[in-house]
Ligand binder design. Sequence first.
Ligand code: SUD
Ligand code: ADP
Length: 306
Amino acid sequence: MRVRVPAKVNLQLGVGPIREDGYHDLVNVFHAVSLFDELTAEPADGLELAVEAAPYSRVAIGRVPTDARNLAARAAVMVASRLGVEPRVRLRIRKAIPVAGGMAGGSADAAAALVACARLWDDRERPALARDDLMEMGAELGSDVPFALLGGTAIGVGRGERLTPALTRGTFHWVFATADGGLSTPAVYAECDRLREAAGEGAPRPSVAEDLMTALATGDAKALGAALANDLQPAALELRPSLARTLNAGRDLGAIGALVSGSGPTCAFLAETDEDAADLAAALDGAGVAEQIVRAQGPVPGATVL
Ligand SMILES: C[C@@](CO)(OP(=O)(O)O)[C@H](O)COP(=O)(O)OP(=O)(O)OC[C@H]1O[C@@H](n2ccc(N)nc2=O)[C@H](O)[C@@H]1O
Ligand SMILES: Nc1ncnc2c1ncn2[C@@H]1O[C@H](COP(=O)(O)OP(=O)(O)O)[C@@H](O)[C@H]1O
């Protein structure tokens, strides 16, 4: 069983008040892009897990846990327990999505493992697990996991796990600048709260940006670039000040939109055409402001069996 699963960039990340359970209420517009992890699952004597870097990628696989903490392993255990079988599976993850980069690589691997293990262990004639069951298990594993199953472009509310697909037209061309070392998602949310408190600002109730939705529906890349917004960006910049230089370099070199992806530290740049993206990627590479420059297009489908 081989499953391919995409990274995401957040086109709008509106962070609302902190809830009693410690999570923030969000308006999270997810967009899946063509930077993929691949997971294979095959029968084994017990639960085994191996992680390797995809060819040409510089992902820091040393920072990915290979024990029961790995989100893909947790997903496999969850599927097994739901089906009442033993989690006897060898999972191999080939990573291209940056680790702790704000592109939801761990969530992607969890989504891939849910799909692969359900296929491996479920009764082909009368499957016990429907798509909705996988979405529900995904939400339990992490706020971003349901989107990695769905893919495309979607609006997430609640913790980001309650999804509605968004209407889009055409293809958008992205350039991503990865950074050495990740940023911890809880630390970035905490810094966002701290900055708001220090400024004496309450948390706003986020709402979906209409200009963003129109840009997506009409396939207007320039308008999309202007509408990109991330409430976690000031916090990510506070924790990693060098990202300001990366963002400015991308803007100066012609990006029509620039923002930190989710909790960062990956920076995302939008270009108008594929050719513009190639030029921007080459120029950013030369500027030496990133660990690696990666091009990708969106939207693409979520976790897919190959
Ligand atoms: C910020 C975002 C944007 O899509 O992704 P990344 O940039 O990390 O990939 C997400 O909200 C991350 O989602 P995910 O990484 O699945 O988070 P979870 O495992 O559910 O939660 C990890 C921690 O993030 C914080 N968290 C997460 C989601 C949310 N709505 N409010 C929060 O405050 C909490 O501190 C929580 O304990
Ligand atoms: N399969 C996995 N791939 C990457 N990281 C994982 C995985 N499983 C658990 N983790 C842990 O989750 C943390 C966040 O990883 P990741 O999902 O890549 O980042 P982000 O939340 O910024 O998108 C990592 O630092 C790592 O400790």
